[in-house]
Design a protein around this ligand. Structure first.
Ligand code: NAD
Length: 512
């Protein structure tokens, strides 16, 4: 296939051209945001129960029309339909139910108790107010799923939304947008299609919150601009997940789990296992079995392909460069190591004897490549796993669950697993977040709502008396201040003095 056609214009497995998609100009973006803003006012005033019903309808509709969207995903990602269906679509109804359940709790007004000493006679409630219009910028690795984690809670919270899919996978998002248009008020969910210029125009547009998922390089730029504009943002960036394989692991299961975690979606997953730290005592046995399992994976483009192609030419070049760098620096290729020659396919690859000097251990590869690093024990594995600028997920594989949990807590990541990996990408109740250059974003769970709502507090004073703290300043105020401090320090004998002083002050403020 000739290198680098227009992004998103060919099937990455076959090179077959796809239907043309019209890109927006950067200048189009403001009008899309304005439409979403106009529709948002009415949507925010719609009762939460009704918003929840529509969100659930959207989930049901995606499930009902799954054949349509899976066909588009097949074209844009070039992977097996079964893979797209399971990864991005099949659990959508359950997911939206979870979003609604978590969201209703996160959005419920909260009555707060106020101190009768400093806030006598008052009641307070904290309400969650939708921000307005949320821009959602996503990458290409899961063209539908990536939108789920923010679109549903943002709408549930009463926001308008503008979707900005990757230029590599616009058709899936266009399909999603069409479903939203049918179910929500006109313009409430907008979409803009194009590359970095269009994304940048969305960051500059009149939005009230921003969710960005993508590379560290772009994420830092976007975060800086959002911070300058003082709009809340969530940036979820790269990953370089490590798995730690201990000598007492259940070997067969560990091999299968890590084949999946490193090779699924051709490794194009922010939480793909890219580094495997293996205790020396089990290293030969693990690497032999792992290699044999990876060699069995099928890459031929057909309905049962296990590992599809990279999504685009630039990603294939990154993977090729990382593997070449590792080989030049002494890694052993146990299997794979080359492009398949079909589309942007790359052979599932196992590299043994890798070390920190290699890009494949330090940089995000985002391809079907597992780097094996042999270590003497669990402590060395933890140290090396943490010596990364990324911190999304990690896992420990052992039959000693207590030890596994103890080690998992030492991983500097947002999501640490024992004997599994990549389980909680889009789970309504679990925060999807990381440390270091993985970014400050939090998707899913009640913790994600900061980007979608702002807290507004209403305080109502039911009292008839003026406040004893109000002006004028007087001698009793000084006495009252000291007595109040003593009372809080535990001098309960002061309570009667305090009550007397408070009464005196109220009369003073009244002018008596
Ligand atoms: P990318 O940063 O190149 O692009 C992401 C999105 O940003 C695209 O829609 C792109 O058009 C847009 N964009 C580009 N320049 C922009 C700008 N200046 N302003 C605003 N928007 C701009 O990333 P990618 O190559 O599409 O995605 C791969 C990366 O995404 C990997 O690093 C991967 O780890 C990361 N990722 C992270 C998570 C996570 O949850 N942490 C999930 C999936 C992918």
């Amino acid at each position: 296939m000739s290198a680098d056609p227009r992004p998103g214009s060919v099937n990455p497995a076959t090179g077959a051209p796809l239907d043309d998609v019209t890109w927006n100009a950067a200048a189009d973006v403001a009008a899309v945001v304005e439409r979403a803003r106009a529709a948002q006012k009415g949507w925010a005033a719609t009762p939460l129960a009704e918003r929840a019903r529509r969100v659930l309808d959207l989930g049901r509709r995606i499930a009902e029309r799954r054949h349509e969207v899976v066909a588009i995903l097949d074209d844009e990602m070039g992977r097996a339909s079964a893979d797209s269906l399971i990864s991005e679509v099949a659990t959508i109804v359950d997911y939206t139910k979870g979003v609604v359940s978590v969201g209703k709790a996160a959005l419920a007004p909260e009555k707060v108790a106020l101190s009768p000493i400093t806030f006598p006679g008052k009641k307070a409630v904290i309400e969650q107010v939708p921000r307005g219009v949320i821009g959602i910028i996503e990458p290409w690795n899961y063209p539908l799923l990536q939108f789920h984690k923010s679109l549903f809670p943002a709408l549930l919270a009463g926001n308008g939304v503008v979707l900005k899919p990757s230029e590599h996978t616009p058709r899936t998002a266009q399909w999603l947008h069409k479903q939203c248009e049918d179910l929500f008020p006109a313009g409430l969910v907008g979409i803009v299609i194009g590359g970095g210029e269009v994304g940048s125009a969305l960051v500059e547009a009149d939005i009230d919150g921003l969710v960005f998922t993508g590379s560290v390089r772009t994420g830092k730029k976007v975060a800086a601009r959002a911070a300058e504009r003082l709009i809340p943002f969530s940036v979820e960036l790269g990953g370089k997940d490590a798995a730690i394989v201990l000598a007492d692991c259940a070997l067969e299961r560990t091999v299968q789990g890590l084949v999946w975690a490193s090779m699924h979606n051709a490794g194009q997953d922010c939480s793909a296992v890219e580094r495997i730290y293996v205790e020396q005592a089990i290293a030969d046995a693990f690497v032999d079995k792992f290699t044999a399992a990876v060699e069995r994976l099928r890459t031929t483009p057909n309905e049962e392909v296990d590992v599809g192609p990279l999504q685009n030419a630039a990603q294939l070049r990154i993977v090729e460069a990382h593997v070449a760098d590792a080989i030049a620096k002494g890694a052993t290729v146990r299997c794979g190591g080359k492009a398949t020659g079909a589309g942007y396919g790359f052979q599932p690859t196992v590299l043994d004897h890798c070390d920190m000097g290699m890009d494949v251990v330090v940089e995000e590869t985002f391809g079907p490549v597992a780097a094996i690093i042999r270590v003497k024990d669990a402590d060395e594995a933890i140290d090396r796993a943490n010596a990364s600028r990324f911190g999304l997920g990690g896992s420990v594989w052992t039959q000693d669950l207590a030890k596994g949990e103890r080690l998992a807590r030492q991983l500097e990541v947002g999501l640490a697993h024992v004997n599994t990996h990549k389980f909680a990408g889009v789970v309504p109740s679990i925060p999807w977040t990381g440390t270091k250059e993985t970014g400050t974003g939090i998707a899913a769970s009640r913790h994600a709502y900061h980007t979608f709502v702002r807290p507004r507090t209403i305080i109502v004073d039911k009292g008839k008396d003026p406040e004893p703290f109000w002006l004028p300043i007087s001698g009793e105020l000084l006495d009252m201040g000291h007595t109040l401090a003593e009372f809080q320090l535990g001098s309960f004998l002061r309570v009667f003095t305090l009550l007397g002083l408070l009464k005196k002050r109220v009369n003073r403020v009244r002018g008596k």
